[in-house]
Every structure is written in structure tokens, then in C-alpha cells.
Design a protein around this ligand. Sequence first.
Ligand code: GCB
Length: 594
Amino acid sequence: DPAHIALFPHQNEFRNTLSLSGMWQFKKDSMEVGEKEGWQNGLTATRSIAVPGSWNEQFTDSRDYLGMVWYQKETYVPSSWKGQRIFIRLGSATYAAKLWINGKPVGQHEGGNLPFAFDISSAVNWGAPNRITVQLENMLKPSRVPTGNVPGSPFTNYPKSNYDFFPFAGLHRDVWLYSVPAVTVIKDITVKTTFTGTTGSVEISVLTEGKASRGTILITGNGKKYEAPIRFTGNAATTTLSIPDVRLWSPEDPYLYQVDVNIGDTKTTLDHYTLETGVRTISANDKQLLLNGKPIFLKGFGKHEDFPIFGRGTANPVIVKDYSLMKWVGANSFRTSHYPYDEEYMRLADREGFLVIDEIPAVGLYFHGDTTDLAARQAMCKQYINELITRDKNHPSVIMWCVANEPFPKEVTLAGSSADRSATPKSIDLFKELFALVKQKDNTRLATLVGAMGGPLEWVGLGDVMCINRYYGWYSHAGDMAGAARILGLEADALHKRYNKPIIYTEFGADTYPGMHADDPEMFTEEFQANFLKMYLDFAQSRDYITGMHVWAFSDFKTGQGIIRFGGMNYKGVFTRDRKPKAAAHYLRSRWTK
Ligand code: GCB
């Protein structure tokens, strides 16, 4: 039930948490015999592995291994939790996971980068250790999202992912045990904000399980308190609070109000949850993005969750450092390319005032070939949209949902030329379905799809804002910046004229080997990268319908092996993989902090 992931585990007077991050026991199962042999009843001959973390860079013998593995950890459940409902929550298990508690199956989940939780109350041992077992694999398949092992794919890298970033595998985020009240519990909270003049308006909807009849909403902030009672009809209640002289949320002043939800019966409070909200609106006209009704230009990056040895595993110091560096260069925005990021990333975006394009893991989608696979990918995209919006809907930082990055029609090549640039009617219908689902789940934000160079413009035109990735001067017009600038302008003017919607360049960049230099800028040198970015940013300034520029990429990142990825790396970062600035970072800082 994806509703279980709506509220992040929370420690307060009604709820408890216990982090299971740390060392776990690990064992490969390349013959896939584990379940038959009963490994869920206890693993033998294990080695230690860190959680969170990808397994690929922790061991010397497992970089390209994506097959079946097992994780195990033992823990006591605190006796003070007795009588409560107990859940296990995995922040991200890439890709297909199956769980047992004390040998008892408790659930399974497909899809990385998003959390899932299972009620394990009936499987827990009291006053004794509990064995937690996770079976996991990340096999690349055409039926999965993101896709891999696709027949006829333009990608030639190994492992055979349909995208360039390394398909890291493992328990990538924190694992929590948590407890909530056994009978009456807050299941979900949805906060929607707007304002008129100087008065803010915060609509709060609460969903419960059990028998709450009433409750209170308390908003605290800017030295004031606002309180409203709520009454439940069945398990739902909604109220709207007014905040006079509201302090709006924005990158310049990312002010957060605290929202306390209490529910109960006529006599007592039975559950309590606290979250933060920022009062703001987001919209678009034909040329610009509007934050709180005023035009805003996005300056920032496409990123990855990627760091040496951690792989795609959460590394909290890296999250903090990345925001610090993004502020240092004067960025105000980023895209969670090409999958949802750790929830700590999202909370920090709220606090630090970043505008986020929040993307599902739909990269490398395609529409030819096996129709059963196509249907499976579409179902997976819908699952991701459901899970992502359930997880991230209360973050003021999130301004836009992105349903795909660089889907391609048959025969598009990486250089952006395509034998068949047209979008089939079927593919347009499928994307329309995804956009409709996004709007049905959240009508307060914008929706987009990121189009590839050479890809069908009909797909891009479906978004509220048109997001495109362009590499003129790199994959085409290599080294020829004047030629690149010409085609960039011609193409953008035609695209805006055709759909009359604002454009964001969600990617543009050049591979740059740190320390490589040239007097007259030449590909792969630091001077070329700075010059390349300058051309694109100058161009953006010359068009009033361009409303954001995201450099590809924030930092260098690991890829699979292939001839266009020297040393198994994408070097388009303006920071190195370990976050040292290249000349381009200093250039952006000089331009963006003015
Ligand atoms: C793209 C992809 C991104 C790649 C990038 C590149 O268009 O969206 O994932 O890393 O190009 O560097 O080729």
C-alpha cells in the first residue's frame, strides 16, 4: 500500500523509530538457489556490507554484478513498542526486493529510488532477536524502468543499460523500523498552499485509519500560531487556515511554517505528526515560470546520486556539500535526474530554497518491440508517479513533476540524428496517460517530459513547460561553437512558435578532463567547457521564452564501460566526482552570483 510511505518515520510521543543502517550480512546468489535452500532462515558464509550503499564499489569482485543477492541483519524491537503497529521501511532497494522477518514472508517490491514499507507486527519476536532478510536483484530488462538489455538499443555500453549512468545496485538508503498507534493513526497528510494579496492560505487534508472523530491543526511560524479544529467524516477531514501577512517561500527566503496535526476522540489525542510547509504558488505562462506570481529563471544543474565507493547509496555529508557548492556557484534549482533522490535531499531543498524538477526513474523509454514489455513499462511509470507524488507532494521545493527523460523513437542515435523522428500516436497516448495521472494526483504543480536531441517534439509539447537536452557543439557540430549557436537558435524559435510554452534547457554540457587545458578552447579541456557553457547561457539571455538553464552535469559520475565514456566516467561535471571545481564552476560562479 503506497499510502504507508506518505509520512516519513517520525519519533514523538505516539511514534517510534529505529534506524537499521550500518553493517549488514551479505551473500551473492548467482545461481538463484537461495530461496529454495531456505536462506531466509539464516544466511551462512556471509561477508559484511554497509547499508546504505551500492554493493558494486564496496567489493573488488562485484562491480558489474547485478544478479541476485541476500542481505541480513538482526535486531531487537524495543519492548516499549509493544501494543503498537510495527513497520519496516526501505528508502530504496534497487531493483526487485523480497522481505522476510524471522523466516516469514512480509512483502515484495519492484522499482528502485523510492521507499516502501510493510506492516510486520505479526512477525515480530519480543524479548528476542529478529532476523531481517532481504533478497534483491537488479537485472537489466526491457520490461523494467529504467530499461536495459534492449534489442537494437543505440547504447553500446556494458552493463547493458539504456542510459549512461552506472546501474548501481543495493540497499541505497536508510532502512527503518518504526511504530505507530495500533488502532487510530494518521495515515496521510496533504498540504496545499496559495495566497491572495498578503494573506496566505493553507489547505490541510488528513486521512486516518481507525476511529478519530476530531482533531486540531496548528500552524506555527513567523512568531505566530494559527489553530483550527477538524471533524472527520469517515476517515477524512480537510480544513483551510488563513495566515495574514504571510511570509512566502522563495529561494531568497525559504521560510518554512511548522504544521502539527493531532487527531483523537472526544476525550484524548491518539496520534500526532509534524511537518514543515512553505507557502508558495507555481505556474507558467507562454514564456515564463512564475513563482508566487512573479517570473523566475532556473539556474542550476542536472545531477546524480553518485559518489566514490558509496555508489548510489545515501551519503549525508555529500548531500550537505552539494547544496553548499550549488549555493557557492549561485544556483537556485536542480533536477533529480534520472530518478527520485533521498528524502533528505528533498528536505534540504525546502530549507535551502531550491526549486526542484522531481523526476521518476523513466529513462531510456522506447515504444517499438515487444508490446508486453511496453505495457509493463507503462504500468511501472504509473507506479512510480503514484509513489513519488505520495512521497514528495508536501515539499515546497518541488515545482514540477517529470514523467520521462529522453524517451526515444526507433532509430534515434546518440548524436541526435534520427532516421525516424516522428512520435507514434500510441506513444503520445501513453504519455498523455502519464500526464493525466500526474494532474489527477497533484493539480498544484507543473508537469513536464525531458526530450532528447533529435527526439520527437510532439512529446516535449505535452508538458506545461518544454524541457529539452541539447548537445550542439558536442555530439553534433563537435567543437564548432558558431555552428552550434546557429542551430540552437533556429530550433528553439521554431519550437516555441509551435507550442507557445516556455523552454528550459535541462541539459547542455561537454566532457571535460580535469586538469586538461588549451589556449584556444578545444574539446575535453577546462577552457572548452567554460566556453561551451558561456555560449548556451548567452543564447538563453537572447530569448525571452527560455525560463531556465540546467548545466549537465553538477559533478562527474560513474558510467558503464564503452568507447564514449573514458575510464567508465561521464566527465561533463563542472565539479569532479569528489566535488573539486573545474574552471567552469568558477565561471558559473562569476556569472550566477552577480
Ligand atoms: C543525455 C542524458 C544524460 C547523459 C547525457 C550525456 O542526454 O539525459 O543521462 O549523461 O546526455 O552526457 O550524454
